[in-house]
Ligand binder design. Structure first.
Ligand SMILES: [Zn+2]
Length: 306
């Protein structure tokens, strides 16, 4: 795959500072470095400036024929997992960006073909993860269409820092697909390359990404998503500072964390503790992700030839 020269990449990165979204900046650097072609979905008001910026730096852009209308998820800040009926929701534009014009065109045509597997293949999403996506598409669409709970199936799990997807709701992510499993080897490889590309070209972004991904993530489907600094404790309890909790919204989850000093998973519930008081609460789709540095990847079980 083609790539911009190092000098051109540095110049491009410099101008990307005007793009407000960190995930969008990382995706554009990945496209410009030749890691993968990307699809962006900027708000309709920002699309033309983004097209001009990308073209000025020698990248190819294809614009989607139609607008994308998105529906914001409940409880997840500005995150959107689903689309809205045309004319409703927020209007966004679809942009397909690559170093090579043929790659950008193929990516647009793949999405317009309506086959998620074909589109995923053009985005260089690993086969194991595309299979997971297709297998769960119907089940995900019943709720908010977020695949988070299909990647992270247990209430509590240890994950490689680079795949701590709770951070994506705070504009910090290194992959743009849902890995088939928390330790998917191919997703981790892509995430680590994206981390290095960002560290070289936009070191401030890489620092923020790492800082957020190192925090313990708490996910709920509707009641908020949180990041906390915690070193863990005894009997599965995590100690946290109640006034340092970062949250997507002022929901039930962050309120419980601000009223407690410890929490842990207890079956499908979360248990909270403050001095002598202990209580548990139930949250839809609740997950706790504990990130680890330098964690090894594993191959997916259902892909014998990987
Ligand atoms: Zn995978």
């Amino acid at each position: 795959m083609k790539a911009l020269s190092y000098a051109a990449l540095q110049k491009f990165a410099e101008e990307l500072r005007s793009v407000s979204n960190r995930i969008c900046r990382r995706e554009l650097l990945c496209a410009a470095s030749g890691l993968k072609p990307v699809r962006l979905m900027p708000h309709v008001d920002d699309a033309q400036a983004l097209v001009a910026l990308v073209r000025t730096h020698g990248l190819a852009v294809q614009e989607g024929r139609h607008s994308a209308w998105i529906r914001l998820d409940t409880g997840k800040g500005g995150w959107s997992s689903g689309s809205a009926e045309a004319g409703r929701g927020e209007e966004h534009r679809l942009l397909y960006v690559a170093c090579d014009a043929a790659d950008a065109l193929r990516l647009r045509e793949a999405e317009e073909s309506g086959c998620p597997d074909t589109f995923g293949r053009e985005l260089l999403i690993p086969q194991c993860c595309r299979e997971m996506f297709c297998r769960n598409a119907a089940a995900a669409s019943v709720a908010q269409n977020d695949f988070f709970g299909f990647t992270f199936r247990d209430v509590y799990q240890v994950v490689p820092r680079e795949l701590n997807l709770v951070a994506q709701y705070f504009d910090a992510a290194l992959v743009s697909h849902y890995p088939c499993a928390p330790h998917c080897a191919q997703s981790l490889r892509i995430a680590r390359i994206a981390d290095r590309i960002t560290a070289v070209l936009l070191p401030d972004d890489a620092r923020v990404n790492r800082e957020l991904m190192r925090q313990l993530g708490l996910y709920s489907e509707h009641d908020g998503i949180c990041l906390v600094r915690s070193k863990g404790g005894e009997a599965g309890w995590f100690a946290h500072a109640p006034d340092e909790v970062r949250a997507t919204e002022d929901g039930r989850l962050v309120r419980a964390l601000r009223q407690s000093t410890h929490f842990r998973a207890s079956g499908t519930l979360l248990e909270f503790r403050c001095r002598e008081k202990v209580w548990s609460e139930s949250f839809d789709g609740v997950r706790i992700l504990e990130p680890m540095e330098g964690m090894e990847a594993s191959k997916p079980k259902d892909l014998g030839n990987a």
